[in-house]
Design a protein around this ligand. Sequence first.
Ligand code: NDP
Length: 245
Amino acid sequence: MKLADKVVIITGGARGIGKETAQKFFQKGAKVVICDRDRSAGMAVLEEFGDKNRVEFFEVDVTNTAQIEEMVQSTIDTYGRIDILINNAGITIDGFLTKMNEDDWEKVIAVNLSGVFKFTKAVIPVMMQQGAGVIINASSVVALYGNIGQTNYAATKAGVIGLTKSWAKEFGPKGIRVNAIAPGFIETDMTSTVPEKVLDIMKEKTPLKKLGKPEDIASAYLFLASDDANFINGAVLSVDGGLVI
Ligand code: NDP
């Protein structure tokens, strides 16, 4: 995969899948720009990278348009282009519908769905000028089969598939590929509060009989971002050990 010198923005890059993805792109020689709302976690990630010339952290909340636009402009000022955008930031606020209040609904929509809309809207003009670019959005297996207690989360992740396919059609003619990844259960902070019993059931339901690791998703992001995937557009790549077969 030729990713050396590519400029990649990764949202939610301070922890979990985003952090692993940032490290993999960095190892491939890419110029990595991460954002996260947790400054101390972001600075800790920077410390782990050797060459500080090829990595930058921005304290940005993906719900905040002004912060996004500032980060995108600063990246263009530094590197002159943006080759890859990975809309990875996401949150869960789970609960049965009867107990889910409107605030829990709005907050998850704001990050997981509107955040993807806002970031992509900020990045798309430069990609159109370039006549090239790759956008990858984080969906989830729950978008494909639903999940008890995840009304808000499943709705956002299904929405991400809808916008991914729309943008694949809208921007394909401009040389921009747009795809989504639908991870199964991955061992990160996000799933650390899921009861052991539920995780065991998920493992049992997964043909590969295990949970995924952040590097499994990071590798899929890398593949879709690379020229090896240059005829893949509008796809939803399940990376779930076969869970949704
Ligand atoms: P984590 O919770 O481990 O990491 C998510 C990162 O996103 C955190 O660093 C978090 O920061 C950041 N983030 C959250 N909200 C915002 C925001 N408003 N602005 C900027 N950054 C933000 O999650 P994962 O690594 O597990 O998940 C990554 C993506 O993959 C998500 O979109 C998730 O929905 C998706 N996914 C994950 C699965 C899993 O099993 N883990 C399964 C399917 C999909 P902070 O520390 O401040 O919260």
